[in-house]
Design a protein around this ligand. Sequence first.
Ligand code: UD1
Length: 423
Amino acid sequence: MDKLVIRGGRRISGCITASGSKNTSLPIIAATLLTGNGTFSLHNIPDLKDILTFTQLLHHLGAETSFSGNTLTVSSRNVKSLQAPYELVKKMRASIYVLGPLLARFGHARVSLPGGCAFGPRPIDLHLMAMEKLGATITIETGFIDATVKGGKLQGAHIDFPISSVGATGNALMAAVLAEGTTTISNAAMEPEIETLCKFLTAMGATIRGTGSTELQIEGTDSLNAIEFHNVFDRIETGTLLAAAAITGGDITVNGVDPEQLKAVLKKFIHAGCSVETTVSSVTLKSPEKLLSTDVTAKPYPAFPTDMQAQWIALMTQAEGISHIIDKVYHERFNHIPELNRLGAHIDIRKNQAVVHGPQKLSGTTVMSTDLRASASLVLAGLVAEGTSEVLRVYHLDRGYEKIETKLNSLGADITREKYIEF
Ligand code: UD1
């Protein structure tokens, strides 16, 4: 296995370009299953473990893919298998994204149940509810979701989500674009990943009204076409890089971003005392003398994202005063806290909130990654900790951060990747 060895105490400063968004890439790649007409060219796709897993899944289904220089080409002309096996789904919950497209195009899909998750229950009931509303019959047996549509064609319907779900909204959208008639989605997720998916599907020939809002209306069509598409930047990677500069007292410019998507996060950096300047495609953060404690509540977009919550907690270990962090998306997403405390942080968990007492001097030790964003918070803490920190099980980090140590080293960090054997 790989570990990151971080020699802390170096300032993270300079200019860097954001990678393409992982969480936008996944639904877009799934959407290529909607048509056999032509070959997709998807640019700015990050070179990540999750992307590899998803392309393996597409291969398994019969699609042809090639990946080079952040461009993924996909042809779904020869898709024959309609079954997503456990071996691939267990590696990545987002595999559930193939359900909507397969069902819409072929009238049948079998997808392994995704199973548990490191930070609490992550049900898929809303995905299934949406498919049923569109006319699918769903049975669950031997660990598989089996979805079929009588007559082979989904029917437009009204889908009203009781809570905002990025994945379920994406799946419903991908199913609805090939359904017969009109579908309306109420309480749709507004995350930029969904907005980009709407734009992608529209470019393929779908008719979608309300893009970027919580009310979407889709007119089904019989046929869609492959397109060339430039993926958007990764807002979570960008937030993490800004936090890396802020936690080490550095100044950073991240290029290739849309600051509009980062509004809630930038507001919190300003509250914490950082100076933030934006252009249409960049954000520059300058660290203050002293970081100030800043409370955060993670909620669906446009609020502060749950995927930045762990990194924010790491940052607040260096802020003057007490910060309260609540996650209203995943109430139990606090696996990083015991590990941050092992580095010397003073963080309590009271009911569903983390209480961070700062500033605390961190000192390097060996810590364990438990999930993607938890790993990012440990790397941030390692950057500011005195001495050497080792972050084990880096495969979590590799699922979502492209060349993370190369990027941070180019900004002044001292991180090496080493092999180790876990007993
Ligand atoms: C996506 C992101 C993930 C992010 C999350 C919230 C991808 C690949 N992953 O995950 O990084 O943390 O959005 O921004 O894009 N829920 C249900 N039933 C369902 C589906 C979801 O109850 O069928 C609940 C979840 O448990 C959670 C909330 O809805 O409490 C939001 O989850 P959701 O937006 O669906 O997350 P994902 O799409 O899985």
